[in-house]
Design a protein around this ligand. Structure first.
Ligand SMILES: Cc1ncc(COP(=O)(O)O)c(C=O)c1O
Length: 460
């Protein structure tokens, strides 16, 4: 075998060993960052090392610092696992090493991405003609959509931002919900929008924007002011969905651009049992979502979806006069030029699941959330805080310090991983059911561990 084959074989051995041990290893890493820096650090070696040896050693050395995200009991943040077809396709993306910014060079990859984008729009009830830009995640797809939105509403107000920039431009109002994800503010900041230019609209107890508050905010703006309204499918803690069928027509009545951050929630549209949560969402102008969350492709993959492709091209076109420019090449609809073919694993995931399989996947995540909720409700002292409409479950103990202590004990115990947050001024622990590999037994093991640790904590 040549060096490349031996290195790939070593990576394959290490990966299969990692998967084989997932069920038994502690979910949270055992090594600290400093310990890992010690392992990998030191001065750059003078001499090189054989590739197989490098890969074998790095896999062994990394092991204590790895978090068992692909296993069935990682519930922190909102993080999906990796479907087999998507993982293997991602390996091929690295092996092929195709620069995927332009269709002229990389026809196979761009074709797969284009088809995957169309399939995603079909599954999520979004317009077939929309542009789909594959970016690293929902942070970047929010940024992309908001930059496109700002450019488009300014153009409609007679201001060509590509020529004249933002200084001196008409002021644009950005209206967001009180419980938006921080990625929206950050995306706006990347687009040159300051915090003072953002109008925050009140939300209900689950984090849904209040229609009467949106109506009030829209009515308060000077007539004709360019406006962008950001809605949300899936609040990161509660999983709640904005009432799109009420809010979008309201915003439309004021000529606003409507953007939806649906990092993980848009996927509710892929199953008849949950699609009511997203009713009306297809009437927006742009949507941001992730494939590395609910669809379970490997990191990293987000999608920026824009109803009228010419709006994306007007913001991001890579060359020529954009008015004449009608290409949907990846580099014309996102900020990147050179990049990996991160849409290929999306195509592979969708091809392996089919429409039915995607629906069943989302249903399973929801059922897991309901099972966890039911289990937690049986544990003395635990209160489930949210209405479990989708994949998110939030709970707490009566006392905030005890909740935080329990959260730390869960990570140390290693049976499962979940992460803490502050919700309505109280400490909570939040669990996100985002991994295709999670089984009902994983949920039961997690509930049993939480019950045991909370009993032990109570008796200390
Ligand atoms: C609603 C929402 N928007 C945006 C993001 C950011 O996504 P990413 O980490 O993929 O950039 C998240 C992450 O959990 C999210 O839940």
């Amino acid at each position: 075998m040549d060096e490349r084959q031996r290195a790939l074989a070593a990576a394959h051995r290490a990966a299969t060993g990692f998967f084989a041990g997932l069920d038994d290893r502690p979910v949270w890493p055992r090594a600290t960052l400093d310990e890992m820096i010690d392992v990998f650090g030191g001065p750059i070696p003078e001499a090189g090392t054989d590739a197989e040896e490098v890969v074998t050693a790095l896999a062994a050395d990394a092991d204590p610092g790895l978090v068992a995200i692909p296993g069935g009991r990682f519930f922190g943040f909102v993080i999906g696992g990796t479907l087999p077809a998507a993982l293997a396709a991602d390996w091929l993306v690295s092996a092929w090493d195709q620069n995927s910014g332009s269709s002229t060079m990389t026809t196979a990859v761009v074709a797969m991405e284009r088809v995957a984008g169309t399939w995603v729009c079909d599954l999520l009830g979004l317009p077939a003609e929309a542009s789909v830009g594959f970016v690293t995640g929902a942070q970047m797809s929010n940024y992309v959509c908001l930059a496109v939105a700002q450019n488009a509403v300014l153009r409609d107000a007679g201001w060509d931002m590509a020529r004249r920039g933002l200084r001196g431009a008409p002021s644009v109002r950005f209206i967001v919900g009180a419980d938006r994800h921080g990625a929206v503010d950050r995306g706006l900041r990347f687009a040159g929008v300051g915090a003072d230019e953002i109008t925050v609209v009140a939300a209900d107890g689950e984090g849904r924007m209040l229609p009467e508050s949106l109506a009030h905010a829209l009515a308060a703006a000077p007539e004709g002011q360019p406006t962008v309204v950001c809605l949300q499918a899936g609040e990161v803690h509660s999983g709640a969905f904005d009432a799109f069928a009420d809010l979008i027509p309201l915003a439309r009545g004021y000529g606003a651009w409507v953007h939806v951050d649906g990092a993980f929630g848009l996927w509710a549209a892929a199953t008849p049992t949950l699609e009511a949560l997203t009713a009306g969402v297809g009437d927006a102008d742009s949507w941001s979502t992730d494939a590395h969350k609910t669809l379970n492709v490997p990191y990293d993959c987000g999608m920026a979806i824009v109803r009228r492709p010419q709006d994306s091209i007007a913001m991001f076109h890579a060359g020529g006069d954009y008015l004449m420019h009608t290409s949907l090449d990846p580099w014309d609809v996102t900020p990147e030029l050179s990049r990996r073919g991160r849409g290929v694993p999306v195509w592979a995931a969708l091809r392996s699941l089919g429409r039915t399989g995607v629906g069943e996947l989302v249903d399973r995540l929801h059922r897991n959330a309901l099972r966890l909720e039911a289990g937690l409700r049986e544990v003395p002292g635990i209160t489930v805080v949210n209405d479990v409409v989708y994949t998110q479950v939030m709970f707490r103990l009566d006392d905030d310090t005890a909740t935080c202590t329990l959260g730390a004990a869960i990570l140390t115990d290693g049976t499962a991983a979940l992460t803490g947050a502050l919700w309505r001024g109280r400490a909570v622990l939040r669990c996100s059911m985002s991994n295709w590999a999670t089984t009902p037994e994983d949920i039961d093991r997690t509930v049993a561990a939480i019950a045991r640790l909370s009993r032990e904590g109570a008796s200390v």
